[in-house]
Design a protein around this ligand. Structure first.
Ligand code: 2M8
Length: 420
């Protein structure tokens, strides 16, 4: 049902309030009952529209889960909830508060910058959050960067945030799941199984968790010896942008010590991102760091390097050609996977549907490179999706049908801060 922008504003604020668990948000009631890493960073930018204090709290509660090695885990289990699998008893990380054992795209510094620029985050609290971001970026550099290529990769598809994107298929299929004990998924009791990853994929997701447990969650061993390590243009591009934001803010507040390591890390990270450019495809794509195989189709992550400020003129031309081809095929940009690929699936999670938070970062990058028209296509489509369909987890790029969980925190935040 089509709602007016003002009605959607009210609904978005109500969703953020309803998903507030007292200082941290859950992505949505039922399906995801804990705090998720990149969801929270986007949520903070949404909360800032109602309360700067609440926005700052969201980031503080996120960094409360940071590990001694600097990793900010992908889930923080502040309170038990039987409604999600795998919960803390499966991860066995022995952290306080209990957490998962992997990370997610480091949107944190981007959110810190947004709050600081709005004037709701300053002084000691800003410095403390920047320090947490710096330690998290150092973790990526040490434990998620292939030293030979400088490519930043993920050790689990869940780390990418784009869980079942087809580019992970081959590397995931090679993971041995024969010893995984039987388990009961909870996601398919909340959502139609046709919109979620398959059973075979879930078994391998759990096999990767069991590998982490077997090596005592030694994050370098997981990168070097683990069964899955794939270069990810999504996480690599977000990290480069996050490093730039960290450096800018550290300089602004006269704390060069906090941004000092960026000088060392950034050139390597930019080289690593360039190593994810596929000339055959004319786009950034994944690179399996065990086998050397590159992803063969564009995904929404192919357009994220615009926000990292690394795309040259020749690359822009080739990415624009893909963008325009996708834009002609899809009523709503940006599909999470190439609709011309045989593995595209209009409804299945990260294999095709549009996600507003990815659109948010893509549009930001396009606008910064001076491409107002394509940026506006992405923003306008995002707005139209919510106006017609509400605050769903994801949407069909072909019809705009709302999919996945309802009343979603980051979709509400994306509406308030980007799409409307
Ligand atoms: C989805 O991932 C979780 C695992 O982390 C799941 O399916 O159980 C992804 O869309 C991820 O990007 C997101 O952060 C999370 C919570 O919204 O859900």
């Amino acid at each position: 049902m089509m709602a007016s922008p003002a009605e959607r504003d009210t609904e978005a604020a109500a969703i953020l309030a309803a998903n507030d668990r007292g200082g941290f948000s859950v992505p949505t009631k039922g399906l995801y009952p804990f705090q998720w890493n990149w969801d929270s960073a986007f949520a903070a930018m949404g909360y800032a529209h109602a309360s700067g204090e609440r926005a700052v709290q969201e980031l503080q509660s996120l960094v409360a889960g940071q590990w001694p090695n600097g990793m900010i885990p992908h889930i923080i289990f502040h309170r038990p909830d039987p409604g999600y699998f795998p919960g803390p008893e499966v991860w066995e990380t022995a952290m306080t508060p209990p957490t998962s054992g992997i990370t997610q795209p480091p949107v944190l510094a981007i959110a810190i910058a947004a709050l600081a620029d709005r004037g709701v985050l300053a002084g000691e609290r800003l410095a403390d959050l920047l320090e947490a971001a710096d330690r998290s970026h150092a973790f990526f550099f040490e434990a998620r960067r292939d030293p030979a290529t400088n490519v930043v990769g993920v050790v689990h598809p869940w780390e990418s945030g784009r869980d079942n994107m087809p580019d992970w298929d081959d590397a995931l299929a090679a993971v041995d799941a024969s010893k995984v004990k039987p388990f009961v998924r909870r996601d398919t009791s909340h959502i139609d199984a046709a919109m979620r990853p398959t059973k075979e994929q879930y078994e391998r997701y759990i096999a990767l968790v069991e590998f982490g447990i077997a090596v005592g969650w030694d994050q370098r061993r997981i990168m070097v010896e683990g069964p899955f390590f794939v270069g990810d243009p999504g996480i690599a591009a977000v990290l480069v942008r996050a490093e730039r934001e960290l450096q800018r803010l550290a300089r602004t507040i006269g704390r060069d010590d906090l941004g000092g390591n960026v000088d060392v890390r950034l050139p390597a990270l930019c080289d690593g991102l360039e190593a994810l450019w596929s000339d055959a495809l004319g786009a950034y794509t994944t690179l399996d760091l065990r086998t050397g195989k590159r992803g063969e189709a564009v995904s929404s992550a192919s357009f994220l390097p615009f926000a990292a400020g690394v795309v040259d003129a020749a690359q822009t031309e080739r990415l624009n050609a893909h963008f325009d081809r996708l834009a002609a095929r899809c009523r709503y940009m940006v599909p999470s996977y190439d609709p011309d690929a045989p593995t595209f699936d209009e409804k299945r999670y990260w294999r095709g549907p549009v996600w507003l938070v990815v659109n948010w970062l893509i549009a930001l990058g396009l606008a910064e490179t001076g491409d107002a028209a394509r940026a506006e296509r992405v923003r306008g489509d995002s707005r139209a999706l919510v106006e017609a369909g509400g605050f769903y987890e994801y949407f069909s790029p072909l019809t705009g049908a709302p999919l996945g969980g309802a009343d979603f925190t980051w979709t509400a935040a994306a509406w308030l801060d980007f799409a409307r």
